[in-house]
Design a protein around this ligand. Structure first.
Ligand code: FNR
Length: 368
């Protein structure tokens, strides 16, 4: 029998339930990482190399978790990152994440490869709720331009261009399950024929342009007023190039360990990036986000201490949605809020702006 929702006490609990109840092929698509999944495992375990240096005797009676991301005020410094094929886990798909995000006043990033149509996901938002768009760049730039213009017209407040996927990684679990229901789970690819023999991921990605390069960035800046963020940056040199290119942000990310195996974790890259930006006086020129392996509020706090503007969370909300629908997503988000409020108190901080490098001991990271 399936545990009741109230028996899920942390984000890992949702994963365990999802593994039991999801269709095998759907589980394979969501849970898989590239090759030997070394990076996927490292994403979470990298956080275990960072320890806290809490302070005492500061008033933490009231804790305010709110912050801003790309100018939007949010209740807690995470956003729901883009994950393709929401209907594999739940027949309603991504709109469940839209509703969960609304309830907790966090931002949802809409994937190019959503199961629901883009407009369905935008229509599901309420009031002044904010959404971003994750963009896979099509070889046909006319299609890409149409997608961008439409997203801006529908009110998206950020354009996250995925730059770590010129070719989709080999996710062998997914390939073994030889996807049969990809076709019905996907709407927005722009119509390429689907080759199912390579698993869900590869089947839907053949339109992505592997020729995308730095010299294309001015074009993106010219076709939209939305802030542009490069998703999938993995070294400080590229953060500096991103600043020169005039983009508004980067996500330090390895795509949840689904692309290059042996890519470093986002938090490890953050520890490399921020000191260098501060040394060059560039820390306010760009917003730095991190994703991959964030499962505990302590992970969020560590990233904020090291200088992130916020963190993206992917699989945990997919698992919560697949196991329990909207109540699952709601509880997963509430658990993070509760954990974060407590842990902020325990390290002696009552607001996000108080967090800084002095609260973490990063000597366990390989930077040292
Ligand atoms: C992703 N991710 C992703 N990223 C992207 O830019 N476009 C996409 O279509 C997808 N699709 C996708 C599907 C699934 C099932 C997963 C798990 C991930 C990557 C995602 O945005 C993010 O980088 C990672 O999911 C973060 O890691 P965690 O939180 O899943 O560990």
């Amino acid at each position: 029998t399936m545990p009741i929702l109230e028996q899920c006490f942390n984000l890992m609990d949702f994963e365990a339930v999802a593994k039991r109840v999801m269709k095998k092929s759907a589980w394979a698509y969501y849970s898989s990482g590239a090759d030997d999944e070394i990076t996927m495992r490292e994403n979470h375990s990298a956080y275990h190399k960072i320890w806290f240096r809490p302070r005492i005797l500061h008033n933490v009676e009231k804790v305010d978790l709110s912050t801003t991301m790309l100018g939007t005020k949010v209740d807690i410094p995470f956003y729901v990152t883009a994950t393709a094929l929401g209907k594999l886990g739940n027949p309603e798909g991504e709109v469940i994440l839209t509703r969960g995000a609304k309830k907790h006043n966090v931002i949802q990033m809409i994937p190019t490869l959503a199961s629901c149509s883009f407009d369905e996901i935008v229509d599901a938002k309420e009031g002044d709720q904010v959404q971003w768009l994750q963009l896979y760049v099509n070889k046909d730039r006319a299609i890409t331009k149409r997608i961008i213009e439409h997203a801006e017209k529908r009110g998206c407040k950020g354009l996250f261009i995925t730059v770590d996927a010129p070719q989709l990684g080999r996710r062998e679990k997914d390939m073994r399950s030889k996807f049969s229901d990809v076709g019905s789970s996907i709407q927005n690819t722009g119509g390429d024929n689907v080759d199912r023999s390579q698993g869900a991921a590869r089947a839907i990605s053949s339109f992505i342009d592997p020729a995308l390069q730095w010299s294309d960035i001015p074009w993106f800046l010219s076709v939209t007023k939305m802030p542009i963020i490069l998703k999938g940056v993995q070294r400080v040199e590229d953060v500096l190039l991103a600043i020169s290119a005039g983009v508004h942000g980067v996500v330090l990310s390895n795509h949840g360990g689904r692309q290059l195996d042996f890519a470093r974790s986002g938090i490890e890259v953050l520890a490399e990036v921020m000191p260098e930006l501060r040394r060059l006086g560039l820390q306010d020129k760009i917003e730095i986000y991190v994703d991959g392996g964030v499962r505990r509020a302590t992970d969020i706090i560590k990233a904020m201490c090291l200088g992130a503007k916020g963190v993206g969370i992917g699989r945990p909300f997919l698992y919560a949605m697949s196991a329990y629908g909207l109540p699952g997503v709601d509880r997963a988000m509430q658990l993070l809020k509760d954990e974060m409020e407590m842990n902020m108190r325990l390290i002696g901080c009552s607001s996000i702006d108080q967090l800084g490098p002095e609260f973490v001991d990063t000597r366990g990271l390989s930077m040292h």
